[in-house]
Design a protein around this ligand. Structure first.
Ligand SMILES: NC(=O)c1ccc[n+]([C@@H]2O[C@H](COP(=O)([O-])OP(=O)(O)OC[C@H]3O[C@@H](n4cnc5c(N)ncnc54)[C@H](OP(=O)(O)O)[C@@H]3O)[C@@H](O)[C@H]2O)c1
Length: 249
C-alpha cells in the first residue's frame, strides 16, 4: 500500500491515536516523522518500531505558531518532500460552562485548531509537498457533531477544525491535495486516563454498552487514517468520516 518514499508527518506521535498511526504506517512500508513534546515517549516509540524509516521532531505546536511552516520546510529538506500530514495532537478540557475562562478556550484552540492551520500552511507549500497525491487528515471528534455535557470548548474546537478542513479541501484541490477529517468516538488512550475522575470504570462501561460496536482502540482509528492517506482514497476529499463504532447514532 505504501513505499518508503511516501513520507508522512504525524503530530501527537508520542501517544494514543497518533502513536498507533505511526505504527500502522511504518508496518505498511511508509516513512514517518513523528512530532510531539515528549522526547522520552518518542524515543521509546523509535526503539519499539526499530525502523530506519521512523524519525521524530520535538515541538510544542501551541507555541510559536508562525514558525510551524518553517519546521515543515526544514524537515522536507532534511528527509525529502512530504506525501501527507496527520494532525492528531490535541487536548481535551472537561468543564461546566460557568467555569470557563478565556485561557481554557485559548489553550484548546491553539493546539486543536490554530496549529492545524499552520501545519496545513506548511505542507501546502509546493517546496514541501509531493504535489498531486498529497493528503492531509485532521483528527477531529464526534464531539464536533454530537452534544455532550462539559465539553463545549472542545466541541467548538473540533467543529472549527472540520470547517477549516472543508474550505481547505476546496482551496487545495487544484494542486491535487486532498483534505479530510476523521471523527473518532470514545477511544481508550492517555487522554481518557487523564480524566479518570470523570471517565471512571462505570462511565466507560456505560459508553461501551451505548456504542453499537463498543469502545474503540487506537488501531481502529489508525487503519482508516492510512486509507485516507493512500492512493485508494484518491477521489475522496472534504469528508468527515465517523470512526466510532456507531457511537454517533
Ligand atoms: N481518545 C479519544 O477518545 C478521542 C476521541 C475523539 C477524538 N480524539 C482526538 O484524537 C487526537 C489524539 O488523542 P489521543 O486520545 O490519542 O490523546 P493522547 O493520548 O493524550 O495524545 C495526545 C497527543 O498530542 C500531543 N500534544 C498535545 N499537546 C501538544 C502540543 N502543544 N504540542 C505538540 N504535541 C502535543 C501529545 O504529545 P506530548 O504530550 O508528548 O506533546 C500526545 O502525543 C486528539 O486530537 C483528540 O482530540 C480522541
Amino acid at each position: 500500500m505504501f513505499t518508503s518514499d511516501k513520507r508522512y508527518l504525524i503530530t501527537g506521535a508520542s501517544s494514543g491515536i497518533g502513536k498507533a498511526i505511526c505504527c500502522d504506517l511504518i508496518t505498511k512500508g511508509a516513512s514517518v516523522i513523528g512530532v510531539a513534546r515528549s522526547e522520552d515517549k518518542l524515543l521509546a516509540l523509535q526503539n519499539e518500531l526499530k525502523s530506519e524509516h521512523f524519525h521524530y521532531e520535538l515541538c510544542d505546536l501551541s507555541k510559536n505558531l508562525d514558525t510551524i511552516p518553517n519546521m515543515l520546510m526544514k524537515l522536507s529538506k532534511k528527509f525529502g518532500k512530504l506525501s501527507g500530514l496527520v494532525h492528531s495532537a490535541g487536548i481535551q478540557e472537561i468543564l461546566p460552562i460557568r467555569s470557563y475562562k478565556k485561557l481554557h478556550l485559548s489553550q484548546l484552540f491553539e493546539i486543536n485548531v490554530f496549529s492545524a492551520l499552520f501545519l496545513a500552511k506548511g505542507i501546502c507549500d509546493k517546496r514541501v509537498n509531493i504535489g498531486k497525491g498529497t493528503s492531509i487528515v485532521f483528527i477531529s471528534s464526534i464531539a464536533s457533531i454530537t452534544g455532550s455535557s462539559g465539553i463545549v470548548g472542545y466541541s467548538a474546537s473540533k467543529a472549527a477544525l472540520n470547517g477549516m478542513m472543508r474550505s481547505l479541501a476546496v482551496e487545495m484541490a487544484p494542486q491535487g491535495i486532498r483534505v479530510n477529517s476523521i471523527l473518532p468516538g470514545f477511544v481508550m488512550t492517555e487522554m481518557i486516563e487523564n480524566w479518570k475522575q470523570i471517565y471512571n470504570d462505570e462511565y466507560i462501561k456505560e459508553i461501551d454498552e451505548k456504542y453499537p460496536l463498543g469502545i474503540g482502540k487506537p488501531e481502529d482509528v489508525a487503519e482508516p487514517v492510512s486509507f485516507l492517506l493512500s492512493e485508494q482514497a484518491k477521489w475522496i476529499t472534504g469528508i468527515e468520516l465517523c470512526v466510532d463504532g456507531g457511537g454517533h447514532l
